[in-house]
Design a protein around this ligand. Structure first.
Ligand code: FES
Ligand code: FES
Length: 154
């Protein structure tokens, strides 16, 4: 059994300790907003926050989450936003960022961690941070614009 907090709710999960946090979130807890891409820290589709740190859930054994606070895209607005949505989610809509959408929750989670640490990043800092997350559809320019828009929102 592993006990931790997901999006503000305490959970107890009956999974082998080496089960990836990603599969626990998706298959045990039904939080399917976090995606499986490469399974090898190469794409960022699985990005969640563990104690506020952007983390590749695909390679994180669930035992590492024992006692931690995990935030997924489903809980981002409540955790770091002002209720139902986070300012990044609103900026994502305003800039019409997604194409197929598959990578986008991971992109937003990484961007949210960036703005927590650095509320007014330069374009270079945004590009550097977001290079951990790939988008096969090439939405990179819109991702950068959305982060800049969210950073300007007071
Ligand atoms: S699925 Fe985790 S980094 Fe690609
Ligand atoms: S929107 Fe399709 S992979 Fe990023």
């Amino acid at each position: 059994m592993t006990e931790f907090v997901v999006n503000g709710e305490a959970v107890t999960v009956d999974a082998a300790p080496d089960t990836s946090l990603l599969f626990v979130l998706r298959d045990h807890l039904g939080l399917t907003g976090t995606k499986f891409g490469c399974g090898a820290t190469m794409c960022g589709a699985c990005t969640v926050h563990v104690d506020g740190v952007p983390t590749f859930a695909c390679v994180t054994p669930v035992e590492m989450a024992e006692g931690a606070e995990v935030t997924t895209i489903e809980g981002l607005g409540a955790a770091l936003g002002d209720g139902e949505t986070h300012k990044l989610q609103r900026a994502w809509v305003a800039e019409q960022v997604p194409q197929c959408g598959y990578c986008q929750s991971g992109q937003i989670m990484r961007a949210a961690a960036l703005l927590e640490e650095n509320p007014n990043p330069t374009r270079e800092e945004i590009v550097d941070t977001m290079s951990a997350n790939l988008c096969r559809c090439g939405t990179y320019p819109r991702i950068v614009r959305a982060i800049e828009r969210a950073a300007k929102e007071v």
